[in-house]
Design a binder for this molecule. Structure first.
Ligand code: HMG
Ligand code: MG
Length: 311
């Protein structure tokens, strides 16, 4: 056990997109920009900053173009944004995004709820969008959602995720992130699904994206790392969820992953104290506390320290 852990992993911070898309209190553009700029100072190497989707479907991210134009772009950090179709690509291009992420689901019902298309039709759309983005000089990442279970259909055959991951790679995605959209995966399932995907796809072209709805995300991540995966999607504070997947809650918290991995000798490059400050800022912007365990422990010990020593 732990003999195959990588020395170094990339955390793909998706909080400004996956996190904020699920928040009802509208966050001002300038506050989103301030949050992303603060995240850029934490040592993260990749940040998904927004989403060029229909604002009627996701009102929180209606300011995608403004956010993309206003964030400070630090050399060495990948800035990415979600794009569902050619219209989204045009908007992302106009905002000079260097990288985008396309997405579809392994289950038919969630795909229809999410993008109003069948999986087959979505694949056709993406077969147009991904090469067009590549020709425009953008790198393209892909997501397969509901890999481990669908909120509408229940169990999902892993062969579907394998097929879609291969299709996204064939279209030109440099990496495919496998989404546990509603947080139902367990470590054995992760091992079985990854074994199938890795038989068809190089390790560096696969990432994992766990929502922590049932508390299994850290265990699932350890399994993925042992199998050679080195890119993990995380969200500051444990924000996140898909508005079109009932019951979905936050992504695994960036600080929880950093704390566990750095403690085990796996480098993330992320500075926890700065990240905790970002989560504090996010909490004030969205108007509720963060679900992250590490964040709560850090805040709790600070409050305790402020009360002085016990009599
Ligand atoms: P649609 O309604 O079928 O689109 O939406 P349409 O082509 O029929 O056009 C209808 C209207 O939408 C038109 O406007 C278009 O201009 C507009 P109207 O003429 O009625 O005024 N429109 C757009 N506007 C802005 N940007 C666009 C765009 N495209 C069309 N790109 C669409 C199709 C996909 C756009 C829509 O269903 C949509 O926006 N869905 C949102 C899906 C979403 O954001 N889901 C959450 C992210 S996925 C996720 O969270 C999972 C993930 O984290 C991984 C995991 O956890 O598993 C990635
Ligand atoms: Mg997600």
């Amino acid at each position: 056990m732990f003999d195959h852990l990588p020395a170094d992993v990339v955390l793909f911070e998706v909080g400004p997109r996956d996190g904020l898309q699920n928040e009802t209190r509208l966050v001002a553009t300038k506050d989103k920009v301030a949050l992303i700029d603060a995240l850029s100072g934490c040592g993260l190497r990749a940040i998904e900053i927004t989403s060029f989707v229909n604002p009627q479907w996701v009102p929180q991210l209606a300011d995608a173009g403004e956010v993309a134009r206003q964030v400070g772009r630090r050399p060495g950090i990948i800035y990415s944004a979600l794009v569902p179709n050619p219209q989204g690509l045009v908007a992302a291009q106009a905002a000079a995004m260097p990288e985008i992420a396309v997405f579809l689901s392994a289950s038919e019902s969630h795909n229809r709820k999410n993008v109003n298309r069948s999986i087959a039709d979505t694949l056709q759309v993406l077969a147009e969008v991904v090469p067009a983005a590549g020709s425009a000089g953008m790198r393209v990442r892909g997501y397969v959602s509901t890999v481990y279970g669908c909120p509408y259909e229940g169990a999902v055959n892993p062969a579907k995720a394998v097929k879609l991951a291969v299709a996204l790679r064939a279209a030109g995605c440099y990496q495919v992130s496998l989404g546990d959209t509603i947080g139902v995966a367990n470590p054995r399932q992760v091992r079985d699904v990854l074994a199938l995907v890795l038989a068809e796809t190089p390790r560096e072209a696969v990432a994992v994206h766990f929502h922590d709805t049932r508390g299994t995300a850290l265990a699932n991540i350890l399994v993925a790392l042992e199998m050679g995966i080195t890119t993990i999607d995380t969200a500051l504070g444990g924000l996140g969820g898909c508005p079109f997947a009932p019951g979905a809650s936050g992504n695994v918290a960036t600080e929880d992953v950093v704390n566990m991995l750095e403690g085990m000798g796996v480098k993330t490059g992320v500075q926890l104290d700065k990240l905790i400050a970002c989560s504090g800022l996010a909490a004030s912007l969205v108007g509720h506390e963060m679900p992250s365990r590490y964040y709560r422990a850090a805040i709790g010990s600070r409050l305790y320290a402020g009360r002085g020593s016990r009599p």
